[in-house]
Design a protein around this ligand. Structure first.
Ligand code: PLP
Length: 471
């Protein structure tokens, strides 16, 4: 490439270009402009430099931009406002995927938030024993209720379920072997893979069986003096069909006991038996077999805050507490409070306080009437001419690494714009915060994941999006 020096370049400039370059506003003038003077200087200055550089380049390339300083100030202001806009904002989930990891997994109800707010907006006894006037332990607040609810000796909380797996492996299987079926070396959400987590925990992976079939004797034959644990992980985001065989938790517990090993079950989602899920035992049902340890996520089917819930034998939980790593994986006060409020809702059978459960329990007729209601709202609005709306049956997913083989029958709407193709329509809706799916050139809105008042917001978004494409 040939390098052109600035002087030579000036020589070949047209007189109009020279005039335009002379009209580029001064940095100080822009800084003092009414539109820009209220921004923090350290924030706005780099934007001004960047803008002016782009302006200069465009003139050199032959463009004829405005010479009005007010136009430039307005452009910079709009860029500044865009840069300051929060990237995390509320959206409407019309995908029908209830536990949508990209959209924040389980939603909190107003009731739960109101219940915990007074404790969050004041000092509290997170790690303080009022009776003794001494330091207490943050884990005790939820231990008792968890132990009672699931019928286990003890419990522990960590930051998320990935942390549960890491802590358990690191505590009991550091430099030791963990036996696990080849069919359970799962990857969840791209960043959590059982083999990699084992490596991080300094455990030695001992995979047994085949991808589709693992027998009890596969586990038994693999046991040696370096074995510390038998682990089973939930196939949370895929399902094997055809000729498959895995071992029941009960068999693995018996085998572990016989050889004086620890059995550990990473249940992934873990549910409390309120939903009847085919082939998916609830946490309480599994706890009846008295496993050494099990863990699951707080914000999947359980419907609470992000955390890892570890249940099991008291003696083992005490050893987990003694691991230095726990300090780095420690759960915060918000999650503890939200968990307790969620557990209380379970205890009181107040499932309406747990939106994830609520969405999965909505009766089919209610979803249909919701769809018909939204259809009529759209028909009454000014867009009825611009969009074709049909009510149709859909099937939703629980999502979020929970029960991939179970579909929940649902109802929804299909939308077809008369001006925009499905891809452009979906993008415009998305940029306004309405997350949808496309199927056969139509936009689908699943009623299952809509929250109260979402219908009115959807109508407003449609009006704004289709209004833009006006004639
Ligand atoms: C989801 C999942 C995890 C990770 O849980 P997080 O709470 O997302 O950290 C671990 N194991 C299994 C089997 C899972 O399904």
């Amino acid at each position: 490439m040939q390098h052109i020096s600035k002087d030579t370049r000036q020589d070949i400039l047209q007189p109009t270009q020279k005039a335009l370059l002379r009209h580029i506003p001064k940095v100080d003038t822009l800084l003092a402009h009414a539109d820009l003077q209220d921004f923090d200087k350290a924030f706005i200055l780099p934007l001004i430099y960047e803008y002016l550089q782009a302006l200069r380049d465009s003139i050199l390339q032959g463009a004829k931009p405005s010479t009005d300083i007010n136009t430039h100030a307005k452009n910079i202001k709009s860029q500044a406002l865009q840069a300051q806009a929060p990237t995390m904002q509320s959206v409407i989930n019309a995908t029908g995927v209830v536990i949508h990891t990209n959209l924040g997994r389980s939603v909190f109800s107003q009731e739960i938030m109101e219940q915990i707010t007074p404790l969050l907006t004041a000092y509290n006894t997170l790690e303080y024993d009022l009776h003794k006037g001494k330091r207490g332990e943050r884990y005790i607040h939820a231990t008792q209720i968890l132990a009672q609810m699931f019928g286990v000796e003890s419990a522990l909380l960590v930051n998320n379920n990935a942390a549960s797996v890491l802590l358990i492996l690191n505590t009991f299987a550091k430099d030791k072997e963990v036996i696990i079926s080849r069919g359970e070396l799962v990857e969840i959400g791209g960043s959590f893979r059982i083999p990699e987590v084992m490596k991080s925990a300094s455990s030695i992976l001992c995979e047994v069986g085949a991808t589709n079939k693992t027998h009890l004797h596969d586990y038994e034959n693999a046991i040696n003096e370096k074995t510390a644990m038998i682990m089973k992980a939930h196939q949370s985001n895929f399902k094997q069909v055809g000729f498959t065989k895995d071992c029941h938790i009960k068999e693995l517990i018996t085998l572990a006991k016989k050889h004086n090993l620890i059995d550990y079950f990473d249940l992934g989602s873990g549910h409390c038996g309120i939903l009847s899920l085919k082939d998916e035992p609830s946490v309480s049902e599994i706890c009846k077999y008295k496993p050494s340890l099990l863990s699951f996520s707080g914000d999947k089917l359980f419907g609470g805050p992000q955390l890892g819930i570890i249940l099991g034998k008291k003696e083992l939980i005490e050893q987990l507490k003694a691991n230095q790593l726990l300090r780095a994986l420690r759960v915060d006060k918000f999650s503890i409070l939200a968990l307790i409020a969620t557990l209380q809702a379970y205890r009181d059978k107040a499932y309406h306080k747990i939106p994830t459960l609520n969405m999965l329990l909505i009766p089919l007729e209610k979803l249909e009437s919701k769809a018909r209601h939204l259809q009529s709202l759209i028909a009454q609005s000014c867009m009825s001419q611009k969009v074709q709306v049909e009510v149709l049956r859909l099937s939703s997913l629980a999502g979020g690494g929970s029960v991939p083989h179970i579909e929940f029958e649902s109802w929804g709407l299909s939308l077809q714009s008369k001006i925009l193709n499905a891809k452009a329509f979906e993008e415009k809706l998305r940029l306004q915060g309405l997350i949808t799916c496309i199927q056969r050139d139509k936009i689908l809105l699943d009623m299952r994941t809509l929250l109260p008042h979402d219908e009115e917001k959807i109508v407003m978004i449609l009006e704004s999006v289709l209004g833009q494409g006006n004639d």
